[in-house]
Design a protein around this ligand. Sequence first.
Ligand code: ARG
Length: 355
Amino acid sequence: MDEARAFITQCYQELNKSESDIMFRLQQIEEELSEAGTYTHSNEELVHGAKMAWRNSNRCIGRLFWNSLSVFDEREASTEEEVFQALSRHLDYASNGGRIRPTITVFRPSHPNKPDIRLWNHQLIRYAGYVENGQYRGDPHSIEFTQKCRELGWQGGGTDFDVLPLVVQIGDQPPEMREVEPHLALQVPLRHPEFDWFGDLGLKWYGVPIISDMELKIGGISYKAAPFNGWYMETEIGARNLADENRYNLIPKVASCMGLDTTRAATLWKDKALIELNIAVLHSFKEDGVSIVDHHTAAQQFRLFEENEKSADREVTGDWTWLIPPVSPAATHIFHKEFNNTWNSTNYFYQPKPY
Ligand code: ARG
């Protein structure tokens, strides 16, 4: 009730509702809570709550656009089949032929007498990862989940970029698995504006990052299945997914193709290769008409967000260690300030893996 009260009060004030609307709604919720042990958000509360949760996401640099989130209310979905169909609609709507729309699909929340719906995937689109006697293939981040999919009967193509299947579980029932239809998995082959050899590396990345393993909490209600997406910032792909040593680890390969002197750290060959990888990501997404933002523009947008929040008399909370981009952090204003890393309770949270 405390959490409901805090949420409803803030939500209704932001939506310019009256004091008596708030009193009436809280009365209603109190009754529902004592009878059912939970309460049900109106569609309006769900939509605004999901937006507030984004606005409160301390680690996100893209929060300027919180109020333009598209919210699909799929609380009626009760079978695996209905969940798969809703996920397909999300993929189609969010991808939008490349003009990516920030979107969340919200499935039914935890309920005293209904089984939880859980998505096993970390992201709806993600590449499989394999390791066999010390030999790695694909995305090492996905190794454990890929193994689970294989136990469920999935056979990957064994390439570095196999799109993993969707896995949905309801309560204690065995999880169900479904391949993503290829036309719903937008992907961008990577090439470089000046280095012709870059395209021959055969690299690509998917267009839409749709986080599907986090819990959305609104006013004390827990939505454990609520996949959401924005669009990529290029460093996520070029400076982390493709570059981290425990991910695709491509810096040495790119550096050697560039003909850099990799015998001494002081030639800054890693830094040079990293920049070209990021340029390739931006260039390829742009050319293919798939939304992406560079880290300088994203930081400018974040500054606007900070200004907007100040005007609305709200404090921006943030996690500096995540807000700074991994490339040239000190070239953004974010590096040079401090943030209060308190977590507002209407938010997106990590939760234990269902497998
Ligand atoms: N960093 C994650 C990845 O590289 C995606 C996290 C969400 N990113 C976003 N731009 N909405 O896949």
